[in-house]
Structures are given as C-alpha cells and as structure tokens.
Design a protein. Structure first.
Length: 382
C-alpha cells in the first residue's frame, strides 16, 4: 500500500526529533517534509538540530530542512504534525491549525488548542471512542476533511491513564497527584541549561549558602527540586486539572461534558533526563481492596490490547504493573516508552494509592501522537 505522508513542523526540537525517530521504517507512514525556523532552513537535518541525531538513517539526517511557511498547505502531505514550542505555537497554531484542518488532520503537541470546546483531546487507549464523536462533529460543522487533534500535557497522560479504569468500575470521588517531571519535558533549551549547570558543578551539587530567604529564586535544575508554577509554565497544574476532566468527560450534544470528581495536583521539575513520575491518591466511590484494583488494571490492559494492540506503535503491554515502586532510570523505556508503568498499588484507609511512570517524550508526546494517527488511519478517519 502507499504510505501516508507526514509533514513535521518544528522538526528540530526535542518532540520533533522524537516524532522523526518514531517514523523511521514505519510500515504505514513516511516523512514527507521537515520544517523549522529560518535559522535552520536550508541546512541538513543533522546540522540544523542541536540534539543527538546519530540514531537516524542517512536518508533522514541528510534531508534538507525547509522554512516554516504555513500560509500554504503542502499538496503532498496527508497529515500535519505540529511539534512547535509553546511560545511559537501560540502564534502559529491559533492562526493556522484550523486552516490546515480544512484539508487534513492536524496533530499538535502544544497547549494552544486543547481546551477549545469543539476540539477533541485524545489519549488513544483512554478516550478515543468518546472524543472521536467530537472530531466527526467538527468535520460536519466546518465542512472539513480533517480536524485538529491536540495532544494533552505529558503529565496528564499517566494520571488520566491511571484514573480511567477506576472511574469505570469503582468510581472516583477525589483524585490527588504529585508529579516529579524530567527536564526534557521543559524542552531543548532547558536541557541545554541543565547540561551547562552539570558541567559547571565541581563534585556533588551542594545547596547555595544564602543567609536569608531568596524571594524569587533563579531557575536552577541541577541538584534542585523546582516547583512548576504559574510563572514559568503557564500554570502546569491548572492545565493538568482541566485536561484530565475533559479527557475523562462524556460526549453529549456536540460537546464534552467534563468529569465531575474533585481533582488537584502539585507539579515539580526534578534533575532527571526522561520520564514523568507521579504519586497518585484516589478516593473511590465504591469500597474496594488492593486485589480489586490490581485486577481492574489487568482487565483494562487486556481491553487495550484487544482494541489497539495491532497499531504499529502500541506496546505489548499498555499497562505494566510492578510489585515494587517504579524507578525512572530502570523502567521508563519499558514498552519502548509507550507503556504506562504502575507500582506500589495499595488500598489503605479508604484511599487507593499508587505510583505511575511514563515516557514524556514518547507516550506523552511524539510517539503517542503517531499512535493516534495510526488509529485514525485504521478506522478510516484519514
């Protein structure tokens, strides 16, 4: 069969690179064009991208990066993949995503479109069936061949994944989450800054010797746990809360009615390269035991395998349940970064407690997006 052709916008960033790696030797798709800023345009991809491109085959690394002229939609692409940084996405996606969607599906990993009422917000295994109704409505209402498909915040992915099977079985009254997010989740600039900090450290990073409280600490990653607040992340915690409720909501008369349980979270940046780690506490509506919860997750994994296991990017196990705590260094690459890893599941004093881990660049961004394109292709949306 002829392969679908994908154009990647923002190709030289961390998510763009992950998208490219996910498409190398893909059985259904191929890369048609790589687009980036004027600074990168005209260079080979390996020279334009500041990240490690050594794993790419020569035919990809030698591709010429093209300028990101979004006033004209290329005729030879079937899907547009927007891997733009948040600051650029606010300008470009709000202006161009709906224009592109008139002709083809638009996948985007930024937050610009996520909470728009007419736009679906899909994690393939969690809510594709419910939110695709919104995509069909979008096509009819706007007479479009495609639709925009923003991907949720990478921190939302393991949280929503953990909540979905509980919501369907024992119900959720309250859900709390604390996240410990890798530096790569903040983008290529943050990774470069962290690398410079590590090079400048002599020995183990020690606390700064301040004699009084620092009112507004500078951004420091190495040797630091940094709360992700409104100032430096455009309200990460607020985004996760709203996205989770939308993702787990129900379709009704042309819109998604958000889930109605209470949800809150606290997000932190930690000096790890890859993987978002979460501690989750859930107050269920119905009483349950630890054994019940483990069986609920096992059943959900079986359902995911039956519905989505034939997609090229799907892992062998969508949910991996450990009998210990997950650890980023050891477990983030399980399922080639596409599995959600759960551990230390326990029901105590009426609360469900567990730890969750996912790869923020693969399942939480690029490869999770490719998996969604695969599903859209499988069901005939593309």
């Amino acid at each position: 069969m002829d392969k679908l052709r994908i154009g990647i916008y923002g190709a030289t960033g961390s998510v763009g690179l992950e998208a490219i790696e996910s498409l190398v030797n893909h059985p259904w798709f191929e890369i048609a064009h790589l687009y980036a800023s004027e600074r990168s345009a005209g260079k080979t991809y390996k020279n334009a991208c500041s990240l490690d491109t050594s794993s790419l085959p020569e035919n990809i690394s030698e591709m010429i990066v093209e300028p990101m002229n979004m006033d004209k939609i290329p005729e030879d692409i079937d899907v547009a993949f927007f891997a733009l940084s948040e600051d650029i996405a606010k300008e470009y996606e709000l202006k161009y995503a709906h224009k592109f969607a008139k002709r083809l599906p638009v996948i985007t990993t930024s937050s610009a479109l996520r909470m728009q009422e007419k736009v679906p917000l899909i994690i393939t295994e969690v809510n594709a069936d419910e939110h695709l109704k919104l995509a069909e409505d979008y096509r009819k209402e706007f007479n479009s061949k495609g639709a925009p498909f923003p991907q949720c915040n990478c921190t939302t992915v393991p949280f929503a994944f953990a909540l979905k099977p509980l919501l369907e079985t024992v119900g959720v009254e309250v859900a709390f989450m604390s996240s410990y997010q890798s530096i790569s989740g903040s983008g290529a600039k943050a990774l470069k800054k962290w690398e410079e900090e590590r090079l400048n450290e002599k020995g183990l990073p020690k606390p700064f010797q301040y004699k009084s409280i620092v009112k507004d600490p500078e951004v420091v990653y190495e040797g630091n746990v940094r709360p992700i607040g409104v100032k430096d992340s455009k309200d990460e915690e607020g985004k996760v809360i709203l996205e989770t409720l939308k993702i787990l909501g129900k379709y009704k008369e042309g819109s998604i009615i958000p889930a109605s349980f209470t949800v809150d979270c606290m997000c932190n940046r930690v000096p790890t390269f890859r993987g978002h780690y979460e501690h989750i506490r859930v107050k269920p509506v119905k009483p349950c035991s630890t054994e019940d919860v483990i069986e609920i997750y096992k059943d959900f994994n079986k359902r995911c395998k039956a519905l989505y296991g034939d997609l090229p990017s799907s892992p062998e196990e969508h949910l991996i349940i450990l009998d210990r705590q997950p650890q980023t260094r050891f477990d983030v690459t399980l399922g080639d970064g596409m599995s959600i890893v759960l551990g230390e599941i326990e029901v105590k004093n009426g609360w469900i407690k567990l730890r969750a881990l996912s790869d923020n660049l693969k399942k939480g961004a690029a490869k999770g997006s490719i998996q969604l394109i695969e599903y859209l292709y499988k069901i005939g949306f593309i």
